[in-house]
Design a protein around this ligand. Structure first.
Ligand code: MG
Length: 263
């Protein structure tokens, strides 16, 4: 099931995305009552997808990022895969939705795209044992872990390099129908202005989704809507003002954002 968060006529809600873009009537959104964490009812009111503005599918209390989780990507930046996963935060204010502009940060001259599978947590959880990881995941979406590469290299911590405004596009919706085995073997692609830059599979991750949820929740409680960015495959590179960057994940969809000059 694809669950989108959207706005229409000034109201924000969640709905189930149905249909195929190739269908005569196109895709529709079936509005749901309340939020998608837990059981929910459909209202029966359907609106064309083209009439709503899609928003980031969740508003996370925190986005937990994982660095160097694909060995080929670690190598391309001159790094090795660390013995312990690199864990960092992106603040809630870094999250934007599909189609939202990404203003180029004024302190950087080398901003990179990083296409990533995003895991969305469905219930409050801590100390999650490996065999229960599937129970705490609501679904998956596409993410771009936008990174000021020069700042990442020049500053000890990555808070500014990876936490600036709009550095975490998420969307276009939440796919809830993937089990862990399926989510662990999906194609992840990034294009810039239609040209392919990154292509990998989540099966190449050094640490699996289960590994990451166990590792993170050993230290901290995750809340409904929290997001884990699972790392990026090789092929990262610059995104410049005017560029249209698209992250596509097999079985989920495409997240597109344009880089703009910061006012
Ligand atoms: Mg990343």
């Amino acid at each position: 099931m694809r669950i989108a968060r959207f706005s229409i006529d000034g109201n924000v809600g969640f709905g189930v995305v149905e249909g195929d873009p190739a269908d005569d009537g196109g895709q529709t959104i079936d509005l749901i009552k309340g939020h998608p964490f837990g059981d929910f009812d459909r209202t029966g009111r359907k609106v064309p997808l083209s009439e709503v503005r899609l928003l980031a599918p969740v508003l996370p209390s925190k986005v937990v990022g994982i660095g160097r989780n694909y060995s080929e990507h670690a190598r391309e930046l001159g790094n090795t895969v660390p013995d312990t996963p690199v864990v960092f935060f992106k603040p809630s204010t870094s999250v934007v939705g599909p189609g939202d502009p990404v203003p180029y940060p004024t302190f950087s001259r080398n901003v990179h795209h990083e296409a990533e599978l995003a895991v969305v947590i469905g219930r409050m959880c801590s100390q999650v044992p490996r065999e229960r990881v599937g129970e705490v995941i609501l679904g998956y979406t596409c993410a771009n872990d936008v990174t000021a590469r020069d700042t990442q290299r020049s500053e000890e911590q990555w808070a500014r390099a990876k936490g600036f405004d709009a550095s975490c596009p998420l969307g276009p919706w939440l796919e809830t129908g993937l089990d862990l085995a399926t989510a662990g073997d999906l194609a992840v692609m990034c294009t810039v202005n239609g040209e392919q830059r990154q292509l990998g599979r989540t099966s190449e991750m050094v640490r699996s989704i289960e590994d990451l949820v166990v590792h993170i929740t050993e230290a901290m409680t995750l809340l409904p809507g929290d997001v884990i960015l699972t790392g990026t495959p090789a092929g990262v590179g610059p995104m410049n003002v005017g560029d249209e960057v698209a992250v596509t994940i097999e079985g989920i969809g495409t997240l597109t954002n344009k880089v703009v000059k910061r006012d």
